[in-house]
Design a protein around this ligand. Sequence first.
Ligand code: PMT
Length: 221
Amino acid sequence: LRPPRLAGRRLLVSAGPTFEDIDPVRFLGNRSSGKMGFAVADAARRMGAEVTLVAGPVSLPTPPGVTRVDVRRAAQMREAVLSALPGQDAYVGAAAVADYAPAETLPQKLKKSGESLTLTLVRTPDILADVAAHPARPRLVVGFAAETSDLETYARDKLHRKGLDLIAANDVSRPGQGFEGDDNALSVFWRDGRRDLALGPKTRIATDLLLIIAERLEAME
Ligand code: PMT
């Protein structure tokens, strides 16, 4: 009998959106439900890995046997990811991290006044790029790319620019896949390769992605 494919591996997964607070009642968020990242964490555990899941604000149960760290803002997600980094074999960044956050979070509820309102937003740290450049960089750094056009061009640009080993791209403009639902389709790119995972349940897509990850880790040995 062969051991499970990810036995002895340690995987760190991020999932869900981040919420960037404007004031005590309002925030900037996005449509990520966390389902894709949670499916990756669950499947990795089933394949024998030791899994840590850093989750943004989502209402999903923790997959059995997975260590979960809950966060809200991008800055908190970065802290949680970087502190869990030492000893990981792979990082899978499935979270939809806000690219911009309000320059300040107001301590009191913002009152209605003029006809328009301008918010000043500042760039958030790029967690994935920071992981890829970190002294405790896992051997395999896997990003996701949520695109609405030119999937391969944008995904390969992120692969290169952020210093990744693999990128899993989804076309979030197509109905029935990407954000929120139970199904997805991914095109996985690496420096000299590509594999397409056809539309299906996120649970199956997660297992197929992890088989590619297992293969890449084995190829490094
Ligand atoms: O959660 P679900 O509802 O199941 O939806 C799944 C999903 C569509 C959210 C998921 O499959 C997905 O595509 N996740 C990545 C979404 C995203 O933020 O893509 P991006 O192209 O904006 O970012 C590229 C990569 O950089 C991602 O791995 C992201 O985690 C990472 N990133 C981005 C910005 C930032 N400040 N820090 C990051 O680490």
